[in-house]
Design a protein around this ligand. Structure first.
Ligand SMILES: [Zn+2]
Length: 296
């Protein structure tokens, strides 16, 4: 008789800690982050792949060709895609949504994402290649799957108007999308909602919300193995954005044009690790727009 409760508590503990067999992919790079959360890099933004007993939750979709290895690997497990979640509207995170059209009818994103995605698709003449999120939210959205909980949070605009981070609560992993670029100049367009001041605030809120054990999946890094990190990386990104603001404010005070800045600098002083050369002119252009709007 004494064995029954022991058996029960033991089996409950096992259910909580099930880790599934790793997915085998034909292309791209899939790495386990923790528990049942994986990060996939191929072309475009890092994809989060989360497996539960009932099915998969995918964060972002890259492009319809580069996401294929993930879809093929998933199909061998015979489980459905429960949700596709987008971190923001940019094409290297949402162009692959269309590849999920027969796999799930639950696509989650911030409420601004479909409108921004549509506008960008119109510009690039790709309107008929889009699949838009249909579960939209403003501040917070919870996905409850029995033991597993995934929460999406919008902490304001940093990289775009529709930035969302997704927290896999059991494994304590957060996909932060393009709020994080490692060793790169970030993509920065004020018309999309990029705002270097607000971006610092958003990174501050993320650091407050999550703990020192939390692992973060980043939208972009210069090497696949750097797409996962911790709070120290978020701090470095905040410091980079603050240094960028100081750099541009000084240039505005000294009446220096971006052309002058580009001949004198190949990176933001102190951040020579971030040297995406072809992106630097647009970054300076965007920073100037943000600062001019705020301080002129
Ligand atoms: Zn982006």
């Amino acid at each position: 008789m004494a064995l029954a409760p022991m058996f029960l508590s033991c089996s409950t503990a096992q259910v909580d800690s099930i880790t599934f067999e790793p997915l085998i992919l034909k292309a791209g790079n899939l790495a386990k982050v923790r528990g049942n959360v994986n990060a996939f890099t191929n072309k475009g933004g890092t994809v989060g792949v989360f497996e539960t007993k009932e099915g998969f939750i995918i964060i972002d979709s890259q492009f319809s060709d580069s996401i294929q290895p993930v879809l093929e690997a998933i199909s061998t497990k015979g489980k459905p895609v429960l949700y596709l979640c987008n971190t923001h509207h940019h094409g290297d995170h949402t162009s692959g949504n269309i590849a999920f059209k027969d796999l799930t009818n639950k696509i989650v994103a911030h409420q601004r994402v479909p409108e921004l995605q549509r506008k960008a698709a119109e510009k690039s003449n790709k309107l008929n290649e889009q699949l838009y999120a249909n579960i939209l939210f403003e501040k917070e959205y919870k996905i409850n799957l029995g033991n597993e909980k995934i929460t999406g949070y919008h902490f304001g605009n940093g990289h775009t108007f529709g930035d969302v981070v997704y927290h896999f609560e059991n494994d304590n992993v957060v996909h932060v999308g393009d709020l994080m670029f490692i060793n790169m100049i970030p993509v920065y367009r004020t018309s999309d909602g990029a705002d270097s001041f607000n971006w610092i605030k958003v990174l501050g809120k993320i650091q407050e919300k999550f703990d020192d054990d939390t692992l973060f999946i980043f939208g972009h890094a210069n090497k696949p193995e750097l797409t996962v990190g911790n709070k120290s990386n978020l701090k470095e990104m905040s410091e980079f954005l603050a240094a960028s603001n100081d750099f541009m404010m000084k240039a505005i005070r000294e009446s220096k044009s971006n052309e002058q800045l580009l001949t004198e600098n190949a990176f933001i002083p102190g951040f020579e690790n971030r040297t995406t050369k072809e992106r630097f002119p647009d970054y300076l252009k965007g920073l100037r727009e943000t600062l001019a709007g705020k301080y002129e």
